[in-house]
Design a protein. Structure first.
Length: 156
């Protein structure tokens, strides 16, 4: 499952809350809130300075939560349920989550929109040709009727 993130995931193993927020594209307070609401799935370790330290797995889960809440417009309860289902289906592994930078997702969306617009333009061209042929026929019919009316008119 492709999940959009604001920037690519760096190669490091652990991240502070601000780094996670920047990667995912939400405020640090949002990460803290989600940590409380999705505590079953997000249990960050503590650094020697007592800061929360998130693993790559946590980042993937948080990105998925953001996707469920922001992109799929699920409620917190629905997202909790969906997240639990997705993780259960995959044995708790988040390998099914592919973090894709937003610009890459946006390019793909634009490519799809362009392809759809081109398809519709081709369809419209076909319809224009049909209408043009009908217009030619209508002009011929009007001309024929006009000629018939003018030849049958009595001369004064």
């Amino acid at each position: 499952m492709q999940v959009p993130v604001k920037r690519p995931l760096p190669s490091q193993a652990f991240f502070r809350v601000g780094e996670v927020a920047e990667i995912i594209g939400v405020a640090p307070s949002t990460i803290r809130y989600w940590r409380g609401r999705f505590f079953v799935h997000i249990r960050p370790a503590r650094s020697s300075g007592c800061q929360s330290v998130f693993s790559r797995r946590h980042v993937a889960v948080l990105a998925l939560i953001r996707h469920l809440l922001h992109d799929q417009k699920l409620s917190i309860a629905q997202a909790q349920e969906r997240l639990a289902t997705l993780l259960a289906e995959n044995g708790g592994d988040v390998g099914f989550v592919e973090l894709v930078p937003v610009d890459q997702v946006e390019r793909e969306r634009l490519r799809n929109a362009l392809a759809e617009a081109e398809r519709r333009a081709e369809e419209a061209k076909g319809q224009v040709e049909v209408l043009r042929a009908a217009l030619v026929q209508a002009r011929k019919l009007v001309l024929a009727i006009h000629n018939e009316v003018t030849t049958k008119r009595p001369s004064s």
